[in-house]
Design a protein around this ligand. Structure first.
Ligand SMILES: [Cu+2]
Length: 370
């Protein structure tokens, strides 16, 4: 009895001492928001190694977690009742716009008017009343050569800039390009930045105020137009070559961004690639452009193009790295770099990804909560 009593007292004391510590361990990591990571490790040695130095704030968001860059009418989005292409902000887009405005449209208009004029002339001049005995001409060598040769010359004149543009659109990105991998899902886009420590994003369409529950985030005009605004924007640097890789998890989608002159199918089990350079900072909107199911119309794309410096800050805020910041790893295996790169990516990146993903999700949750 006496021994038992003593043991139970010791046990009780042990439990009493351990309980607050244990409680601290369980509540501490959950309570602080990821942005205030510095407060977490204060009295908790166990949490210290898990929480690295505080990540810099996301330069694209304000203190409340709302995007700083507002959508601007007429830039990177459709304009009501407009009939021409959106203003282009990539070299290929500018060339395509020029090709369309300066060559194709004038040519199509001239040919259509010429044919219409010929038809009207024939209808009036050779109607039965004006021309009772029709000509029996069956051959005219000069005219036959002309109507064969002139269309051929026109087609050649179109083919030269056309093939040049086609080739430019599939020119492989240079080595220093930033890679954006866009993955189509029914029905949202997810993104990876394999060159930047495997940052992962998920972008869903923002619903209208009338469609959301209390406290849920909804679209405002600052986010972008209806059906085009997303809860998470793709951030890309201006003036830097971007390598776009698309794929899909379920059915065929298409990553289309009119202001970039980009429309690239995202096919399950396949990687499609193209490259582009964004020339102007701004907010640009696109949509999935392959009929992919019931909610095909509700998987928009929003790209925020920022200066390379802001992009580097954004990458750091997501826990990623800039390719130039890790030359040691790349220099370690110079000979086998090309061979080893895919393997290294496969093994090393999920670890980094796992670490950043919950933080990003938590941040997104915060944004939604606010
Ligand atoms: Cu789709």
């Amino acid at each position: 009895m006496r021994m038992l009593g003593l043991t139970s007292i010791v046990l009780a004391a042990g439990l009493a001492l351990a309980a607050p510590g244990h409680a601290q361990n369980t509540t501490a990591p959950a309570a602080p928001a990821p942005t205030t990571a510095t407060t977490a490790p204060a009295g908790d040695p166990a949490a210290a190694p898990a929480a690295p130095a505080a990540k810099p704030a996301d330069p694209t968001l304000d203190a409340a977690g709302k995007p700083l860059l507002r959508a601007v009418a007429g830039v990177g989005q459709p304009t009501y009742e407009a009939i021409t292409l959106q203003p282009q902000v990539t070299p290929n887009g500018r060339e395509a716009h020029w090709f369309h405005n300066m060559i194709l449209l004038p040519l199509i208009t001239a040919i259509s008017l010429f044919v219409l004029a010929l038809l009207i002339y024939v209808i009036i001049r050779y109607r039965r009343a004006a021309n009772p005995t029709p000509s029996r001409t069956s051959h005219n060598v000069a005219i036959e050569i002309a109507w064969t040769l002139i269309p051929v010359l026109i087609l050649i004149a179109i083919a030269v800039p056309s093939i040049r543009l086609l080739a430019a659109q599939f020119k492989p990105a240079p080595k220093d390009a930033i890679t954006l991998k866009a993955i189509g899902n029914q029905w949202f886009w997810s993104y990876e930045y394999p060159d930047n420590g495997g940052i992962q994003l998920t972008a869903n369409m923002l619903k209208e105020a009338s469609q959301v529950g209390k406290g849920e985030r909804y679209r405002t005009d600052a986010d972008g137009p209806r059906l085009l605004a997303t809860d998470t924007r793709v951030v890309l640097p201006v003036g830097v070559p971007i390598r776009l890789i698309t794929t899909a998890t379920d059915v065929i989608h298409s990553w289309a961004m009119p202001a970039f002159w980009i429309k690239l199918d995202a096919v399950p089990g396949k990687l499609n690639e193209t490259s582009f350079i964004i020339e102007k900072p701004g907010l640009y909107f696109g949509q999935c452009s392959e009929l992919c199911g019931a909610r095909h119309a509700y998987m928009p794309i929003a790209v925020e193009a920022v200066s390379p410096e802001v992009f580097a800050q954004w990458v750091a805020s997501k826990g990623g790295t800039m390719p130039s910041a890790k030359p040691a790893a790349a220099a370690a295996a110079p000979a086998a770099a090309n061979e080893a790169a895919p393997a290294a990516t496969n093994t090393a990146e999920p670890a980094a990804t796992n670490e950043t993903a919950p933080a990003a999700n938590a941040a997104a949750g915060n944004t939604t909560g606010n």
